[in-house]
Design a protein around this ligand. Structure first.
Ligand code: NAD
Ligand code: ZN
Length: 346
């Protein structure tokens, strides 16, 4: 799959490619693998032979400028220059940081990703958003910049903890919900086999989700319109993630956000109660959370500080049936009323 970018460049997304072939996708003598210690333990045999490996600490609290600075210092010490290629090998945190570091190091060096979580394969590695957190606020510092290549080897998902796999499924389900009802039905009908890592089905869900995201990104690289649809479930997802004090994974918080968005869509007569139940059920069958005990006041406070806030209203993504969605500007006052009602009936 080739992603055509505004600046005329192209980004290759290779789904089903083997990690053994990684070195076919760049031609530089200086290759730096950015990863974390756990992934390095599991996959160092697959790092290109002549590459230098730099590990960054795992975890959302380490997705920070501090880690960026430490990594830049290590790149300098190891002699990385403008002709170097930087490869992020790991989950969404590694990819987000690698893209950011490669974009600012010496005003930008070439980079690629080998995403190793479902979340990173279907979402974080595609679309060109790279950044780090600041003071507990997610992705506050970052850039838009596309990697030269993304190599998705579904076999890497076999070593992924079950909980992380399920969290990635929230984004897969989101992709079906926003633009493709048939894909949503496919997930619904095959959820058990997918959770059992059926090889062909994993390939299908990764391929389909990346295709959906790539199409949307190609049409709206800088998120001025349609791309906002990818934020379905994320307004409250981010609020819940923040208030859970890292007890919930991103995808788990998004799952609850998807249920809230669906309930609000039902209240606005954009979906039926039957549709709402389908959405909630598939998330529940995946083993994802579908309710929250975070208070209305805390959720509203958190979305007030969400960076997507625009004046007194918010661009909120709503379901329109299954497999369709719309972006609607909703005032904070109206959203407060809708959310209050939604939380009572989740
Ligand atoms: N840039 C974007 O568009 C975008 C989109 C979605 C998410 N994100 C970001 O991605 C991050 C979440 O990414 P994530 O869910 O991949 O979490 P993560 O990067 O923290 O990885 C989850 C855990 O799995 C481990 N791991 C990774 N691959 C493994 C494998 N193959 N086998 C065993 N263990 C493995 C990691 O070491 C880590 O402990 C968040 O910071 C989120 O904001 C960014
Ligand atoms: Zn997400």
């Amino acid at each position: 799959m080739i992603l055509k970018l505004l600046d005329g460049r192209e980004s290759s997304i290779l789904i089903g490619e083997n990690i053994e072939n990684l070195s076919n996708y760049f031609n530089s003598a200086k290759v730096f693998i950015l990863t974390n210690p756990d992934i390095s333990d599991l996959y160092s045999d697959y790092f290109p032979k002549n590459s230098k490996v730099i590990t960054m600490p795992a975890g959302e609290t380490n997705k920070s400028l501090n880690t960026v600075l430490n990594t830049v210092r290590q790149l300098i010490a190891a002699g990385a220059d403008r002709k170097s290629v930087v490869v992020g090998f790991g989950g969404g945190i590694v990819c987000d940081m690698t893209g950011f570091i490669a974009s600012i190091y010496m005003r930008g060096v070439r980079f690629g990703f080998v995403p190793t979580t479902l979340m990173a394969q279907v979402d974080a590695s595609v679309g060109g958003k790279n950044g780090v957190n600041c003071d507990g606020y997610k992705n506050m510092i970052g850039v838009f910049n596309q990697p030269d290549f993304v190599l998705c080897d579904p076999r890497t998902l076999k070593t992924l903890p079950d909980r992380e796999f399920k969290a990635g499924m929230a984004e897969v389900i989101k992709c079906g919900l926003i633009v493709d009802g048939d894909f949503f039905s496919y997930i619904e009908n095959n959820i058990n086999a997918i959770l059992n890592h059926d090889r062909d089905m994993i390939y299908t869900i990764v391929n389909k989700s990346v295709g959906i995201k790539a199409n949307i990104v190609e049409a709206d690289e800088k998120e001025s319109g349609e791309r906002k649809k990818l934020n379905l479930g994320h307004t409250f997802g981010h609020a819940i993630e923040k208030h859970s004090n890292n007890a919930l994974l991103h995808g788990e918080a998004v799952s609850v956000g998807l249920v809230i968005a669906a309930k609000i869509s039902e209240q606005l007569n954009l979906i039926t109660n039957e549709d709402f139940m389908r959405i909630k059920n598939v998330l529940q069958k995946t083993g994802l959370p579908v309710t929250t005990d975070i208070s209305l006041a805390n959720l509203l406070e958190a979305i007030g500080k969400d960076k997507k806030r625009e004046s007194d209203s918010i661009h909120f993504v709503l379901n329109r049936g299954i497999g369709n969605s719309e972006i609607r500007e909703i005032s904070f006052d109206e959203l407060a009323i809708l959310l209050n009602k939604a939380l009572e009936t989740l």
